[in-house]
Design a protein. Structure first.
Lengths: 658, 105, 197
């Protein structure tokens, strides 16, 4: 076996501190929550901020190249032969670590304002710090087992945070759903690990990537399918995406951090990390690229018909991650990772902006009951506008660069269908994001309109807050919430410029050693033409949204328009293509049926029956033994002599026979 | 007293077996603990007889030494057995072995 | 040969008398005759020391002990059979098996070919240095067979301690004996309560 070390081995105290500090914060927040009270938020934010600082300090060692080894490798301990646990910081994990801690820090600060007055303030920050630690474990691990541990821990943190308001039944159900689907993915990764270990005998990334040829085509495909099962569950890919919209039951900062910016992109990280494996299997690349494209399209289509502002953003997240998965799946790793970076900024900003609105309207999440907020909330208006422009891919904004890199990569790698899907989805994305934007900020405020006149039949089921806010007395957010959003605006607008300049861009040079072996071939259509095509569709999408929701006449008739759209929604769309129902029928019902069988037959007859049989036979044996324990000395004597007589008889007969 | 045994060794063995059997019968059939103890003495003696007879047959005094040991054990057994009888009598005011059944399960 | 037959009949007869006597004192008398007859048989088998030991230990010590105990127990009412015969009927066939087994033993023994005597000539009884003499036995007991002799001493010591513990007065432990009785009663009640469930 070729032993291969990724990263320069050594002792990196900053790396350890970066990794362990959030764990410390989580423990302190959990143990001393009642003592910390309001301070918990500031403390947890400071912890994550410090972690971000350490990540910046680690930039140098993370990008170093010594003798073919890239990055920093901190060996921690050896557990089994072939399994040494350690930390690996290379450009790929550095990008993730910076985003996790950087965006994470901003969202922590934002949460201080958002959760003002919540009962379990410290518990929330304990969970958030724990999530940061788990996510760092995932991206910094130098082996598959460590990755799986982090993978499962972020799932746990996600469960805690979705179900943070555990007195809401819907939140508890959503948390459970997310956890169960994520565990399906965990099991997939575990199978992949077993397969890898059985063939290669090592689980460190370096050893596995150096011995890819040992796996064989079929096993490699099986490993990759198993790994992708994990990635699909965590990154909400079709058909395991149904948990993500439901996960919006958690507090909005949680949606921003976990279910938009970081955790759901773990699947992208996994595929990018295992690039040497994926590049060795065309079939797996095609599978992942197709699923990614499908998810991007499906998410965008479903995003067009949602009314809950967070659900729109959730489907948009699903769609954007579909882009990333498609990118890394077909081999455009730089593009996929770049889209992760830009999406983390603009999607966090979208969620935080939505959080500003929800906070101001006393937990109102239905866009039909908003409207005309541009004048009332100018800051939120500008924050949302920049983010919407970025996600739509308007040239100059961050999303434009990264999305085009992926779309161009699909064609360069010979997938024209995915190219078409990518361009189409870009247009749809622009439509639904501007639909959200126009409905929310244009026209007049509809919070005081009767829900039924908007077509909302069951307000309590549609996420409509029972006590709507008075339009004149909005609950405006303070600087604690505004400053993080303002800071996020900078990378939302400008981070895309890192990608400007083709192979000489800062981004390409940053990753030159990471994905050196994977260079995109030239595409039949130039990158510039791709951008133009995309931009045309984006403009078309914006135009349609404008015509439907933002022309002066549409603004005047907004209530009637929204009512008609609500009532006329085809059931197939309002039920999200029946994915939930299908999964329910396929797996939940089957499990329930199996559970019923077990409860009806297996448990009483086999489990209980076995125990009962043991009891009965023990009683029977006891009764038998009791008969001998008569207390009569002479009875004992008879038995003793009878035993002796048997021996005597045996020897007498044996002796006589001889 | 010289030369061979005064009777074939098989006779001694048969005699010993019969005596032992009588001892066993006494233990099993009698309910009086004193007679049961005496029957046990009968069994000891039957075994001793066999030891002595074979010691004589092979002119090895190890057999006699062992019979000596056996007599000691018999004495100890009788002493302890009678002590038990006395203790039982003290607490129960009788020594009927069929009525002494505290060990009944 | 004639001596053997006479002694055999005597031994069997006294043994039967011992186990069938209606009173323990009669049994003791039967046993005494049995021991004496056995001592004579030992003498005929050149076991002088054992013959003497038989008389001294069995007749002198053990039987006297029996007589003392009989005297102690019979001072009041005769306590030997106060209830019905409780031996289960199921054990009767077991006894049958025992009888058959012993019958087979005796039959097998009578058919077994025993090793031939060595034919070594023996000196007259009582002379030193001859097999079976007291001197020969004593020398063996203190030289080659010292371990069995010491074991004998140990067994007797254990017996003495056991008898003292069993039948001796519980003098210094009377306080804790009351306590132990209390504990015993509580345990008994607890067991009965458990049984009621």
């Amino acid at each position: 076996m070729v032993h291969h070390v990724m990263g320069v081995p050594g002792f990196y105290p900053w790396l350890l501190a970066l990794w362990l500090l959030p764990l410390l914060g989580a423990i302190v927040c959990f143990a001393f929550g009642p003592q910390l009270r309001r301070v918990a938020g500031a403390f947890a934010s400071a912890i994550v901020g410090a972690s971000f600082l350490f990540a910046v300090i680690c930039w140098g060692v993370g990008t170093q190249t010594v003798g073919g080894a890239l990055g920093a490798h901190q060996v921690l301990f050896s557990w089994l032969p072939g399994f040494d646990f350690g930390l690996l910081l290379d450009p790929l994990s550095l990008v993730w670590a910076l985003v996790i801690t950087g965006v994470g820090c901003l969202i922590h600060i934002y949460s201080i304002g958002y959760l003002e007055g919540d009962r379990a303030f410290a518990r929330f920050f304990a969970y958030m710090n724990f999530f940061i630690f788990a996510m760092l474990t995932l991206v910094l691990s130098d082996n598959f087992v460590g990755l799986l541990v982090g993978w499962a821990l972020v799932g746990l943190a996600s469960y805690f945070l979705i179900g943070y308001w555990f007195d809401r039944p819907s939140a508890v159900a959503a948390a459970r759903k997310a956890f169960v689907i994520n565990v399906v993915g965990d099991v997939g990764i575990m199978f992949a690990i077993i397969l890898i270990y059985s063939r290669i005998g090592s689980l460190s990334f370096g050893d596995v990537f150096a011995n890819v040829d040992k796996l064989g085509t079929a096993t490699l495909l099986a490993v990759l399918v198993c790994l992708f099962l994990g990635a699909a569950a965590k990154s909400a890919q079709v058909p395991l995406h149904t948990w993500l919209p439901d996960a919006m039951e958690g507090p909005t900062p949680v949606s921003a951090l976990i279910h938009a910016a970081t955790m759901v992109t773990a699947g992208v990280y996994l595929i990018a990390r295992c690039a040497p494996l994926w590049s060795a299997s065309k079939d797996a690349q095609l599978l992942v690229g197709t699923i990614g494209g499908l998810t991007a399209l499906l998410g965008a289509v479903l995003g067009m018909v949602q009314w809950d502002i967070k659900r729109i953003l959730a489907y948009s997240t699903m769609s954007q991650i579909g882009y990333m998965i498609m990118g890394v799946g077909i081999g455009a790793y730089e593009g996929g990772v770049a889209h992760f970076l830009t999406q983390a900024f603009f999607k966090a900003q979208l969620f935080l902006g939505a959080g500003l609105i929800i906070h101001a309207l006393s937990n109102e999440q239905d866009v039909r009951r908003m409207g005309g907020l541009a004048k009332k909330m100018p800051f939120a208006f500008w924050a949302m506008l920049t983010a919407v422009l970025a996600i739509s891919g308007i040239p100059g904004f961050s999303g434009f660069f990264s999305k085009d890199l992926i779309i161009y990569g699909t064609l360069a790698n010979g997938h024209p269908w995915l190219y078409a899907v990518g361009i189409l989805t870009a247009g749809i994305t622009a439509y639904y994001m501007f639909r959200l934007f126009f409905i929310t900020f244009f026209g007049t405020y509809r919070g005081d309109v009767d829900p039924s006149s908007l077509g909302i039949r069951h307000p309590e089921l549609a996420g409509v807050a029972s006590a709507h806010a008075d339009a004149e007395h909005l609950h405006m957010s303070g600087w604690v919430m505004n400053v993080p959003v303002a800071i996020l605006m900078v990378p939302t607008v400008f981070s895309g410029w890192l990608l400007f300049g083709g192979t000489h861009s800062p981004w390409a040079r940053f990753f030159v050693s990471q994905f050196a072996q994977i260079r995109l071939p030239a595409a039949p259509i130039s990158e510039g033409l791709t951008s133009v095509l995309t931009f045309v569709l984006v403009l078309a999408g914006i135009t349609v949204a404008y015509l439907r929701y933002a022309t002066p006449s549409a603004q005047r008739n907004a209530v009637e328009r929204l009512r008609r759209e609500t009532v006329g929604m085809p059931p197939v769309l309002s039920n999200a293509f029946y994915f939930d129902a299908a999964l329910d029928a396929l797996f939940v019902r089957t499990s329930q049926w199996l559970g019923y069988l077990a409860a009806r037959y297996v448990d009483p007859l086999v489990i209980d029956g076995g125990v009962r049989e043991v009891v009965i036979s023990t009683q029977w044996l006891g009764a038998l033994a009791r008969a001998f324990q008569s207390g009569l000395v002479r009875a004992y004597a008879v038995l003793l002599v009878a035993g002796a007589a048997c021996f005597i008889a045996y020897y007498a007969l044996a002796g006589g026979a001889r | 007293m010289s030369g061979a045994l005064s009777a074939p060794i098989a006779n001694y063995v048969a005699l010993s077996g019969i005596l032992f059997f009588l001892g066993v019968t006494g233990v099993l059939l009698r309910r009086n603990p004193l007679i049961m103890l005496m029957s046990i003495e009968l069994m000891f003696n039957a075994a001793n007889l066999l030891l002595v007879a074979f010691a004589r047959l092979w002119t090895q005094n190890v057999g006699q030494i062992f019979a000596f040991l056996s007599i000691t054990v018999a004495a100890a057994e009788a002493a302890i057995g009678l002590a038990i009888v006395v203790v039982v009598f003290r607490s129960a005011r009788h020594v009927d072995v069929d009525e002494t059944n505290l060990m009944k399960g | 040969m004639i001596l053997f037959w006479i002694l055999s009949i005597l031994l069997i007869a006294t043994a039967v008398w011992t186990i069938t006597a209606s009173k323990p004192v009669y049994s003791v008398v039967g046993l005494l005759a049995h021991f004496v007859a056995l001592a004579v048989l030992y003498l005929s088998l050149s076991a002088e020391f054992l013959a003497v030991m038989q008389i001294i230990v069995y007749s002198g010590a053990i039987l006297v002990l029996f007589v003392f105990v009989i005297a102690l127990l019979s001072s009041g009412v005769a306590p030997f059979s106060v209830g019905p015969n409780r031996l289960p009927k199921a054990l009767v066939p077991v006894m049958g098996i025992v009888i058959i087994a012993f019958g087979m033993l005796i039959y097998a023994v009578s058919r077994t070919s025993m090793p031939a005597p060595t034919g070594q000539t023996l000196g007259p009884v009582g002379s030193a240095g001859v097999f079976g003499s007291v001197a020969d036995f004593g020398r063996a007991l203190f030289t080659t067979q010292l371990l069995p002799f010491e074991v004998t001493a140990f067994i007797l010591m254990v017996a003495v301690i056991g008898v003292v513990l069993l039948a001796g007065d519980a003098m210094e432990s009377s306080g804790s004996a009351a306590q132990a009785k209390q504990v015993h009663r509580e345990m008994r009640e607890a067991i009965l309560r458990e049984g009621d469930r």
